[in-house]
Design a protein around this ligand. Structure first.
Ligand code: CU
Length: 147
């Protein structure tokens, strides 16, 4: 009886740990001198993007898909590392504010996107982004549709 309970408990923990690992993946972006590497990441809904080496950088969303949520704090440096779990599918464009003049921007693609989705994100970016933040468009142009 006791052993059965322990086994059930172990099985439950294992299931939770296993399903979490299968469903949510971690992706890394490294902030280098004036670029994010990689600058385009393709993730599934629920996945996390961890930005490393953020002492003198930040990552603030400037392009958020419909139903999505902003990430990063404008005018602040997160320091060390910074993790984002985008809420909602679509194309997110973000910038490092201290280095936006150098074009330090990136894109997170959440879920599958078609060529039409990419074109719509490009239009949204052209309509809403100002000045150097328009450099996000250059990254959108490099997104490869997944469906
Ligand atoms: Cu930077």
């Amino acid at each position: 009886m006791k052993i059965k309970s322990i086994l059930a408990l172990v099985a439950t923990y294992w299931l939770i740990a296993f399903s979490t690992n299968v469903l949510a993946a971690d992706h890394k972006v490294n902030a280098e001198a004036r670029v994010f590497k990689p600058a385009i990441v393709y993730i599934a809904e629920g996945d996390t993007v961890k930005f490393d080496n953020m002492t003198s950088h930040n990552a603030v969303s400037y392009l958020v898909p419909e139903g999505g949520e902003q990430f990063g704090e404008k005018g602040k440096l997160p320091g060390g590392s910074f993790s984002v779990t985008p809420v909602g599918k679509g194309i997110y464009g973000y910038a490092c504010e201290p280095h936006i003049g150098f074009g330090m921007v990136g894109v997170i693609v959440v879920g599958d996107v078609s060529a039409d989705d990419v074109a719509a994100a490009k239009k949204q970016a052209m309509d809403t982004l100002q000045g150097p933040f328009k450099r996000i468009i250059g990254k959108i142009n490099k997104i490869k549709p997944t469906i």
